[in-house]
Design a protein around this ligand. Structure first.
Ligand SMILES: CC(C)(COP(=O)(O)OP(=O)(O)OC[C@H]1O[C@@H](n2cnc3c(N)ncnc32)[C@H](O)[C@@H]1OP(=O)(O)O)[C@@H](O)C(=O)NCCC(=O)NCCS
Length: 178
């Protein structure tokens, strides 16, 4: 792990770098994300700002991993549910690390930091995520971070003419007695 990587919550000042990094991820790994590169590329700046405002306001934190505090090399989102009956759950989404920075522990650090942030929210009991079933690298990373597989949806995502299965994983944040 590089000593130069720091992780912080994004705000609207990060719009350009977040936009570019996420676009790169969507273009190079279309099967990994529900949003398409085209949807992201054509999104008005206000839409990106709205996402970053949710992060800034701590409603849906987006974490960025930075090299030397300036170059964004990875990101991930924590999206808590808001309706009363499901407020104990949140989703981890949109994990991506720039190819130059992969296999250096950045992805693992982003997931760990997401779990740490989630544990600070006492109402949260579990984190869910959806991952392309062929993405064994990501699934292994999540398993090492205490997520387990609980389901698989056939042909869940379509990219061009190809369909991809999705796997569903979750992580309990606390030991609890039901
Ligand atoms: C999945 C992803 C986020 C992992 O990020 P990362 O920073 O490379 O992850 P880490 O460096 O923390 O590596 C985690 C583990 O995966 C392994 N790994 C990562 N990339 C690998 C690769 N290309 N080949 C083999 N192993 C790999 C690492 O060696 C490490 O293994 P270890 O825990 O046994 O040491 C990154 O590959 C990525 O952005 N992929 C494209 C988008 C994506 O799939 N996102 C997930 C959506 S759910």
């Amino acid at each position: 792990m590089s000593a130069h990587i720091s992780i912080r919550q994004l705000d609207r000042r990060d719009r350009e770098r977040y936009f570019s990094l996420r676009l790169r991820g969507l273009e190079t790994h279309p099967q990994a994300f529900a949003t398409s590169a085209e949807e992201w590329r054509t999104a008005p700046p206000e839409k990106i700002d709205a996402l970053l405002l949710l992060s800034e306001d701590n409603k849906e934190p987006i974490l960025g991993a930075f090299y030397s505090n300036t170059e964004m090399v990875g990101s991930v989102c924590l999206i808590p549910e808001t309706r009363e009956a499901v407020r104990h759950k949140a989703s981890l989404a949109a994990l991506y690390v720039h190819p130059d920075w992969q296999q250096k522990g950045v992805g693992t650090q982003l997931v760990r930091e997401t779990l740490r942030l989630a544990r600070e929210r006492h109402e949260l009991m579990l984190i869910r995520l959806v991952v392309d079933s062929e993405n064994t690298i990501a699934m292994r990373l999540f398993e090492k971070a205490s997520f387990f597989l609980y389901g698989r949806e056939p042909q869940a995502r379509r990219v061009g003419d190809k369909y991809y299965d999705q796997s569903y994983m979750l992580c309990f944040l606390h030991d609890f007695e039901s």
